[in-house]
Design a protein around this ligand. Structure first.
Ligand code: ZN
Length: 258
């Protein structure tokens, strides 16, 4: 969510300056202050930097069918296409350039703790109810940032399902928790890269099918053993810490989607 304090300060400051200075202040990049992150320039193909990286994290759920957006800080064709899909999904002009309208929509969707509006750290952590981000193979910091990336994809998936609530039954699991639950030893839940999903208004097959369009490379749903009551969605292709799962793996045989 946006806070307007900085904007008001800038306007007040501008009013106190002589004419020439006002022009330069007014022409400065959008002064929207956000509790999590504020972009300072327009972004488009060819640009690079941490601001591109921050954008990529937030549009990675708009990767298109079977696609992923690399979070590499380089605004390439995949990023432009994802921005275009994001813009179209929210009724903005889909030109693939991230400017004030796109950033304003992201500020609206973004909570001050950097999670998207409809998902929270609380529901993504502690698969066994213990809370916290430690006890997995990665540092707590890395795990938590993976969880943020997962949540932005979930926000996109939720939007594609008509803004219907999606519930996360199980997100991050520590190694001990994963063992206790009987999860796979290389489970993406260990990395903060996975969420087990349910909905009260959409079928599991709809979730499993739509998830293919939103940056998830591991998807298991109805018909896959152990997945009759939820859909598992993860980002295994982007997880460089796991040598064994660098490929897409989708299975929901009862849904007719393979
Ligand atoms: Zn799972």
């Amino acid at each position: 969510m946006r806070v307007n304090t900085l904007k008001r300060v800038v306007v007040a400051f501008a009013l106190a300056l002589p004419g020439a200075a006002i022009a330069s202040v007014v022409a400065a990049p959008a002064a929207h202050a956000d509790g999590c992150y504020t972009w300072q320039r327009n972004l488009y193909q060819g640009r690079s930097g941490d601001d591109v990286r921050q954008l990529q994290i937030r549009v990675a759920g708009w990767a298109g069918t079977g696609g992923i957006v690399r979070i590499d800080g380089v605004y390439g064709p995949q990023t432009a296409a994802a921005v275009r899909r994001f813009q179209a999904a929210y009724g903005l002009g889909g030109d693939g350039v991230a400017g004030p309208q796109t950033f304003n929509k992201l500020y609206q969707l973004q909570d001050n703790d950097c999670t998207p509006a409809h998902f929270s750290y609380t529901e993504m952590d502690g698969g066994c109810g213990q809370g916290g981000w430690s006890g997995g193979p990665l540092s707590a910091t890395q795990t938590r940032s993976n969880a943020v990336r997962t949540m932005w994809k979930l926000e996109a998936l939720r939007r594609s399902l008509g803004d219907q609530p999606l519930y996360v039954n199980s997100g991050f699991r520590s190694t001990a928790c994963n063992r206790q639950i009987g999860g796979a030893s290389d489970s993406q839940h260990l990395y903060g890269n996975a969420a087990d999903l349910t909905s009260r208004t959409r079928s599991l097959c709809q979730i499993a099918s739509n998830a293919r369009n939103h940056g998830f490379s591991g998807i298991y749903g109805p018909g896959y053993p152990g997945h009759s009551t939820h859909v598992h969605a993860d980002s295994r292709r982007e997880n460089n810490n796991d040598r064994t799962s660098n490929t897409t793996s989708w299975s929901a045989p009862n849904c007719g989607v393979g």
